[in-house]
Write a protein that binds this ligand. Structure first.
Ligand code: DX5
Ligand code: ZN
Length: 223
């Protein structure tokens, strides 16, 4: 008999503030919370690991009192170990690092946990999913990128979907229950291709529409 599925019945939705109006960031976060968002996804880019620059820990700190939702911080930065303390102190709930960004993956994940924050790991589309297998037991969140990290509004890469299934199988083998999150090109249509995931990040799809309608359509894409 197949083991019971640990998959949640509905997706959790994490709007990415990268597509929000930065001049009204606090209002935008309140608005997606009121519209049914479960987490707030914060994309941190350094202009080195990815060719784009966004925000740093002071913005996370400024958002912390604005929302009760978990702040899901995705670090797209080289040597993230340099900034872990800052983001943890600023109020991140989940702090996710790229496996390609440091030689000290295990140490950095352990440091995040020691600071009372949930560690996450992620990988670029061209990185094999097996490259993160040694770290799965150290994390609460695994982020599968379905676009090349760096920009919002790109098209979903369907060839990344099989990674989600491989992850599920490996997590089951390990007897470990981390959440699987998917990030990039998520719409009500592409969400149906990643039903084995638990959390969906969506930037342009949420912020270009009526927020509540967009979030509802994503949650229900799993049913
Ligand atoms: C890309 C970021 C994503 C991005 C998603 O580097 O990690 O979180 O904001 O944007 P959409 O949903 O528009 O693809
Ligand atoms: Zn992201």
């Amino acid at each position: 008999m197949a083991p019971p599925s640990t998959t949640n019945p509905k997706f959790l939705i994490a709007p990415s503030i990268l597509s929000a109006d930065f001049a009204r960031l606090g209002e935008e976060v309140r608005a997606v919370e009121a519209a049914g968002a479960d987490w707030i996804h914060v994309d941190v880019m350094d202009g080195h690991f990815v060719p784009n620059l966004t925000i740093g820990a002071p913005v996370v700190k400024a958002l912390r009192p604005v929302t009760k939702l978990p702040l899901d911080v995705h670090l797209m930065i080289e040597q993230p170990e340099r900034y872990v303390k800052d983001f943890c102190a600023a109020g991140a709930d989940y702090l996710t690092i790229h496996v390609e960004a440091t030689r000290e993956v295990e140490k950095t994940l352990r440091e995040i946990r020691s600071l009372g924050v949930k560690p996450g790991i992620t990988l670029r589309p061209r990185t094999a999913i097996e490259d993160i297998f040694p770290y799965l037991k150290l994390v609460d969140l695994i982020l599968v990128m379905t676009v090349e990290p760096g920009f919002g509004g790109q098209s979903f890469m369907a060839d990344q979907v099989e990674k989600i299934h491989k992850l599920k199988v490996e997590l089951r083998r390990l007897g470990h229950t981390a959440l699987i999150e998917v990030d990039g090109g998520i719409t009500d249509v592409t969400a149906r291709e990643v039903r084995e995931a638990d959390v969906l990040v969506a930037g342009s799809y949420v912020f270009k529409k009526d927020y509540a309608t967009a979030i509802r359509s994503l949650k229900e894409a799993k049913c």
